[in-house]
Design a protein around this ligand. Structure first.
Ligand code: G4P
Length: 525
């Protein structure tokens, strides 16, 4: 198959949700349809749920499982689908943000009873920043939940995106009878059964008397009323607007009952984007260019201390990736060959000879790669990673074993390159501060420093509100600010100036006292 055709048939996406909305269940059902697995329950959840934060050996076990499910590739009809898994636990939200740099679109799962939850809102912000096309699946219609019109309003206001229902439920909870597929004008009846696909009623339109026969007159007329309202309120579905990330089509169903999932998948493969051109620092790179290029969006460390190797996950952006071909590692300026790149198909990891834009290749690595590194056939291209966001928790990291300070430095350096957390160095006293999204990351760092690097660390509290990347067009103003705040100035791992504000009040005062300084809550501006 020609490069262009290979690209056109690829759909690379992530499913995101607040924990427990049904991401794992939906993923599994999609794999069932793709024939990648044969029975429900085969996908081990990659989430770290119901685990006490301190019981994190359990987490490591689960992380081990997650290598296999990091990328799930399968064929569906003419399409090659790559689902990129994201960690369910919110303390690893940064991993999810980075995974979003490697997808071409996203499916968001929302629980019909709970509506939009915190983590979904945050993830949507990242999608919005990147104009990622989004489809929403409202799940658990077999349970009592909220009125679907209320849910649509909430999706619009909370996720700040226009929505357009493409399917519509007939009742919910105990009285749930099925969904009308607005996109294809068909009716699917619900049979609460975890393995079987629902029954489809052939109809010409919603006015077909067979609708009344199937769901009863009362529900049929309610459905017609609802649809009329939908047509009146929501503009016709505009595929281009979806592709620009301006409108999100909404589907209703029940992942656990495999209901509404095939409709979602069938529509998804048709409308979701194939790999798109990517803006690198130098220029826009088109997927069908001959030269290979790709970037590392995730590094997965092997937890076995005897085999300290990692897998670097590379998203192919352009051209064809080939095994054993020499590729240039842009940051190191070195040419490297990869003898054992792996691809992820039908839940198996196997060595591949080639991969195409949209695909993810796993490269065994012993320390060459950092998150954000670019590989190319030779041209100087640098892909921009995702900016760092201000962490939410901060602690000083101190050496607890003076004999092992080299090991500690190396460990901290490598863990930060892997993107486990963010490091800031206080410009005033040189102390190192680790910033994370959640408490778990501190535990992971401490454990890994000890077990992989033989180093001991100690955490000391520091009360900080936010890390702000600062800049100004006025050098004098910048120097004056840094002088005044010298105790609170730090450097991030790229050497950029960061102001560590210890309270919202202090930050507001700084903003009003120094109008020429711009304060940013992410590292890219
Ligand atoms: P997550 O990955 O988003 O965290 O969610 P997951 O799929 O694990 O689903 C969370 C819980 O919701 C699971 O129950 C799952 O069975 C249930 N669930 C998913 N989809 C539906 C649905 O359409 N209807 C109903 N009623 N429940 C659904 P659990 O009891 O937490 O886990 P398990 O013991 O069933 O695995």
């Amino acid at each position: 198959m020609a490069l262009k055709e290979e690209i056109a048939r690829r759909r690379t996406f992530a499913i995101i949700s607040h924990p427990d909305a049904g991401k794992t269940t939906l993923t599994e059902k999609l794999l069932l349809f793709g024939g990648a697995i044969h029975i429900a329950g085969a996908v081990k959840s990659n989430k770290i749920k119901k685990t006490a934060t301190s019981d994190w050996m359990e987490i490591e076990k689960q992380r081990g499982i997650s290598v296999a499910t990091s990328v799930m590739g399968f064929n569906y009809g003419d399409y090659k689908i790559n689902i990129l898994d994201t960690p369910g636990h919110q303390d690893f939200a940064e991993d999810t943000y980075r995974t979003l740099t490697a997808v071409d679109s996203v499916i968001i799962v929302v629980d019909v009873a709970k509506g939009v939850e915190r983590q979904t809102r945050k993830l949507m912000e990242v999608c919005r920043m990147r104009n990622t096309p989004v489809i929403i699946f409202v799940n658990k219609l077999d349970r009592e939940g909220r009125d679907p019109f209320d849910i649509l309003d909430e999706l619009e206001s909370e996720l700040k995106i226009a929505v357009r229902p493409l399917s519509w439920p007939i009742n919910i909870g105990e009285k749930f009878k099925g969904v009308y597929n607005i996109y294809e004008h068909s009716l699917d009846l619900f049979t609460p059964d975890k393995q079987r696909v629902s029954e489809r009623v052939e109809i010409d339109s919603v006015d077909d008397p067979r609708v009344d026969e199937a769901v009863g007159e009362k529900d049929a007329s309610k459905l017609r009323e609802d649809l009329e309202l939908i047509e009146g309120v929501y503009p016709e579905f505009d595929e281009q607007a979806y592709l620009r990330g301006e409108v999100a089509p909404v589907f209703f169903g029940s992942a656990l009952n495999t209901f509404g999932v095939k409709e979602l998948l069938d529509c998804f493969v048709k409308i979701a984007p194939a790999p798109k051109p990517v803006m690198a620092e130098e220029r826009e790179v088109k997927p069908d260019e001959e030269g290979f290029s790709g970037f590392v969006f995730k590094i997965h460390a092997n937890m076995d201390p005897n085999h300290r190797s990692c897998i670097a996950f590379v998203k192919v952006c352009s051209g064809k990736f080939e095994r054993n071909a020499p590729y240039k590692h842009m940051r190191l300026g070195k040419s490297l060959k990869f003898a054992a790149p792996t691809a992820f198909m039908a839940q198996k990891k196997s060595i591949v000879d080639e991969a195409y834009p949209g695909d993810i290749v796993g490269i065994p690595d012993t320390g060459n790669f950092k998150i954000g590194d670019t590989l190319t056939s030779g041209e100087s291209i640098h892909y921009k990673g995702l900016p760092s966001f201000s962490p939410e928790m901060f602690k000083y990291i101190e050496n607890a074993d003076p004999m092992k300070s080299k090991q500690l430095d190396k460990g901290i350096q490598q863990l930060m390159d892997e993107g486990v957390a963010q490091l800031f160095t206080n410009q005033f006293n040189g102390r190192r501060i680790i910033g994370t999204v959640g408490q778990l990351q501190f535990e992971v760092i401490q454990y890994r420093l000890e077990h992989e690097y033989g180093a001991q660390c100690r955490w000391e509290p520091i009360s900080l509100y936010k890390a702000c990347w600062i800049e100004s067009d006025d050098d004098e103003a910048l120097a004056a600010f840094k002088k005044r705040k010298h105790q609170f100035m730090a450097t991030d791992k790229e050497g950029r100036d960061v102001f560590l504000a210890d309270s919202n009040y202090v930050l507001q005062m700084a903003q009003s006292d120094f109008p020429k300084i711009r304060f940013h809550f992410s590292s890219e501006f």
